[in-house]
Ligand binder design. Structure first.
Ligand SMILES: Cc1ncc(COP(=O)(O)O)c(C=O)c1O
Length: 465
């Protein structure tokens, strides 16, 4: 047994040595307390971070769950009830070339797939249905929708109008691509093209549309609205409108043709179309996992309505405006002022938004922009050359043939992606197709004549920078 005793003695001696070693290395009591405090702090902060993430996930899933099931699904096996049933529920497509180059996910809401070819179908439908619900419009009465537009909203009003029983009378600036005029004419709309002038001019396209709606009837009907500038005139007589409210009078007023000014810039049905449609659809399509939303603004309805719906579910979402050359909104978002006061729309009697990009950029604050202004976090200015380069790059690399505002949005997406962590998820709007812009934005001759370069290499440089 002596070998066991010897072994035990050796082990004890070894343990003693180890203890002396460790104990001499143990930190001073104060240091120990510090380490202990630090460990508790780290554990607490990890727990609170997890709690914050959990709360965010819970809020996100609650918000996405509260979105009503879609009534229709384009590309499903169901039949949809007419052209109006094709509006909305557009796919969300990953832009592979840009996403892969940057290590992020850039998604585009394919609004060009709406039956009228743009994001504006949602707005036209909402404006008409809200007006019907308010008793301002009655279908199949020979009533006419009047609107001032650079084209897309006109095409959408003409499309939805025909489907629902209304005519369309569209006033456009004469410098807009002729492609849209041709579509409007094919859709049976009356088109007036007027010189591009400032909003203070009575013949500016929006002012003229309002006036035409007045002129259509004998009497203006009350709209009972303090927020928009909708005009509804009727061909009924003054006596029918203001006489004793007998069933005969009411019937005469309801069945007579009306002139209705849709007023996309100030009418909050525009905001609502995106707040109730585009935004919730994006939440559903991303499961609420979206870090940023990028959009240009014409009337402001898209950026305001969509962002408001997204931010409700994802409060730390970043909202970024893509603004073309000549527009004052970039300065408004970045610095709180649109431009030097002498340049404001209304003081200079000239068309202000000097860009080849159509549909976005403006030099006044509309009601629909105002509704979302406070939640726009940042803005990027996009040059015509960059938008043109992006459009050509997307055709070459993704097979996507897009219009100018979509290209502008995607330039801003790339800039933004470079400031965000890898794996970030950015959503933007693909507003319309390149087919609407053949004679200007997509015409090499037109661009050459106006000194706008076509340099696809610009996008490779932007991605590499
Ligand atoms: C092609 C196109 N893209 C974008 C927009 C801008 O959308 P919003 O008016 O909602 O700001 C418009 C507006 O007319 C447009 O025509």
């Amino acid at each position: 047994m002596s070998w066991i005793a010897a072994g035990l003695g050796t082990a004890t001696a070894w343990a003693d040595k180890l203890w002396i070693r460790v104990s001499t290395r143990l930190p001073h009591r104060l240091t120990r307390d510090l380490i202990l405090g630090l460990s508790i702090g780290i554990a607490f902060s990890l727990t609170s971070t997890r709690l914050a993430i959990f709360a965010q996930e819970w809020r996100r899933s609650r918000a996405t769950k509260s979105i009503p099931r879609r009534p229709i699904e384009v590309r499903s096996d169901e039949a949809v009830p007419g052209v109006v049933g094709l509006i909305g529920n557009t796919p969300l497509v990953r832009i592979n070339s840009l996403s892969d180059a940057l290590g992020v996910d850039i998604f585009g809401k394919a609004e060009f797939l709406n039956p009228g070819g743009s994001v504006k179908d949602r707005v036209a439908l909402r404006i008409i249905e809200d007006a019907e619900a308010r008793g301002l419009l009655h279908p199949h009465t020979g009533s006419v929708l009047f609107e001032g537009t650079v084209g897309s909203t006109g095409i959408s009003l003409a499309t939805v109008g025909k489907a629902k029983g209304y005519e369309a009378h569209i006033i456009m600036p004469s410098d807009v691509a002729i492609d849209k005029v041709l579509v409007l004419e094919r859709l049976g709309a009356t088109v007036e093209r007027v010189p591009p002038v400032s909003i203070v001019d009575q013949n500016q396209f929006v002012n003229l549309a309002r006036r035409r709606a007045h002129e259509f009837g004998n009497v203006d009907l009350p709209t009972n609205s303090t927020t928009d500038d909708i005009v509804v005139s009727t061909t009924a007589t003054d006596d029918d409108v203001h006489g004793a409210p007998t069933p005969r009078h009411r019937d005469a007023v309801e069945h007579k043709p009306r002139g209705f000014f849709a007023d996309q810039f100030e009418n909050s049905s525009n905001f609502d179309a995106h707040f109730r449609g585009t935004g919730p659809e994006i939440l559903r399509q991303t499961g609420g996992h979206v870090d940023a939303f990028v959009s240009g603004a014409g009337t402001g309805g898209t950026i305001s309505g969509t962002s408001a719906a997204l931010k409700r579910a994802v409060p730390d979402l970043k909202v970024v405006l893509a603004d073309p050359e000549g527009s004052g909104l970039f300065n408004k978002v970045k610095y709180g002022v649109m431009f030097a006061s002498q340049e404001s729309e209304g003081t200079k009697r000239r068309h202000q938004v000097d860009t080849v990009v159509e549909g976005i950029g403006i030099n006044r604050i509309t009601h629909n922009f105002e509704l979302g202004e406070a939640i726009i976090d940042d803005a990027y200015r996009v040059t015509d050359a960059e938008a043109v380069a992006m459009s050509r790059y997307l055709v070459a690399n993704d097979g996507l043939f897009l219009g100018s505002s979509s290209a502008c949005n995607l330039v801003a997406c790339v800039r933004l992606a470079k400031t965000m962590p890898r794996g970030a998820r950015i959503v933007t709007i693909l507003c319309d197709s390149g087919a609407r812009h053949q004679t200007k934005f997509w015409s090499d001759e037109y661009l050459a004549k106006h000194g706008i370069p076509i340099d696809v290499g610009m996008i490779a440089d932007l991605l590499a920078a």
